[in-house]
Design a protein around this ligand. Structure first.
Ligand SMILES: C[S@@+](CC[C@H](N)C(=O)[O-])C[C@H]1O[C@@H](n2cnc3c(N)ncnc32)[C@H](O)[C@@H]1O
Length: 300
């Protein structure tokens, strides 16, 4: 580790693998070799509440199993043509998938003929996504970029749409990181571009406890995904696989109206919110919400 490493989470005394450019103060991308082999939340996992932690959560042996968790076929069935229909209806063709993960949406869009750039801050995820795309007959255009420095890393390119799917935005623990990421998404869009961002229904979890239809996102039938700790600042989920192995994710429980407010304050004047891919839904019922935010000007 370099002398410029910064401590990402003083409460746990765990050292982050992020190294900082001494000139600009900006973090350098975390290289594949710097990602640890196993997850390690230290002695007090519930105290790990850091935006940087995603680099140490998506480790090789979890990334290798991610597709068992989401189950591409079952997920495709649950979502149907939802995202493709929206993009088609809006006439958006050049897409930045900014939370590519293992590539589920990027590959779907490539197969439907879209022009896709696939970005992610985690190099392990991008390696897997590239392999998955190759298995489907595509050469994925990848960019290794943290959302907070997206315009630095995705240079000279504006997109019709930016998608951040699979409950990814929940990885940001600080409000200034959320505002910064949304500003970067706004900046990388064309003047009439759209941002499509989804989230788990954390209001339901915080107010009434966890329930799941097991139909969307995490569809694998040999894996269970459930919260093992929830408070206003943390939802810690456990993913248990058939062979007894367990992995975890520490996430910030974003409330729906709070996120809508942040998106609006980033400059998007019109936001439509769907519940479990439907326009009309009972307020506390959906497992997931999808927000479609428009950059073009909507006078009142
Ligand atoms: C829950 S996974 C979802 C992946 C994929 N979209 C899906 O639906 O399967 C979240 C993804 O967001 C990425 N991510 C989290 N924080 C990030 C950040 N600050 N910058 C860039 N990528 C980030 C992670 O590396 C991971 O690939």
């Amino acid at each position: 580790m370099s002398e410029h490493e910064m401590q990402s989470n003083s409460s746990t005394q765990k050292k982050s693998r992020i190294s900082v450019d001494p000139g600009t103060g900006e973090p350098a991308p975390v290289r594949l070799n710097d990602i640890p082999k196993d997850q390690d939340y230290g002695a007090q996992p519930e105290k790990v509440r850091s935006t940087e932690q995603y680099q140490e959560e998506y480790v090789e042996n979890f990334v290798e199993r991610w597709d068992e968790l989401i189950d591409w076929e079952a997920r495709a069935e649950g979502e149907g043509q939802f995202f493709i229909d929206i993009l088609k209806k809006l006439g958006k063709h050049n897409i930045l998938d900014a939370a590519t993960g293992t590539g589920f949406h990027s590959v779907q869009l490539l197969q439907a003929g879209y022009n896709v750039t696939s970005a992610d801050g985690n190099a392990q995820m991008l390696v897997k996504a590239f392999e998955n795309a190759k298995d489907h007959g595509h050469v994925m255009q990848t960019v290794h970029a943290d959302w907070r420095w997206l315009n630095r890393d995705v240079q000279d390119k504006l997109f019709d749409a930016v998608i951040i799917l699979g409950n990814s935005f929940t990885h940001l623990f600080e409000e200034h990181d959320r505002r910064r990421a949304l500003a970067e998404f706004y900046a990388v869009l064309k003047h009439d571009g759209v941002l499509i961002i989804d989230q788990r229904n954390y209001d339901g979890i915080l107010d009434d406890g966890f329930k799941s239809k097991h139909k969307y996102y995490y569809c694998g039938d040999k894996v269970s995904a459930q919260p093992i700790h929830v408070d206003d600042g943390l939802a810690r989920f456990e993913y248990s696989f058939e062979d007894g192995s367990k992995h975890h994710l520490n996430m910030f429980p974003l409330r729906k109206d709070y996120l809508r407010g942040l998106i609006h304050e980033a400059g998007f004047q019109k936001i439509e919110t769907y519940g479990d891919f439907k326009e009309t839904y009972k307020e506390d019922d959906p497992d997931f919400y999808v927000h479609v935010a428009y950059k073009d000007y909507h006078a009142k």
